[in-house]
Design a protein around this ligand. Sequence first.
Ligand SMILES: [Zn+2]
Length: 57
Amino acid sequence: LSRVECPDCGAEVPIPEDVLAGEIVTCPDCGADYEVAVGEDGVSLKPAETSGEDWGE
Ligand SMILES: [Zn+2]
């Protein structure tokens, strides 16, 4: 388990070790959703594209 700082509130967001790029994680503190990006420097977060209700069902 690794932790990445939430870009929004600065809380630590737990990231599973086997996380895959593109997975969505939710900040436990502010509830924001982020998409996981995996790069050479490790895991980072970018805002999830959740505009509208285009996903789900
Ligand atoms: Zn947060």
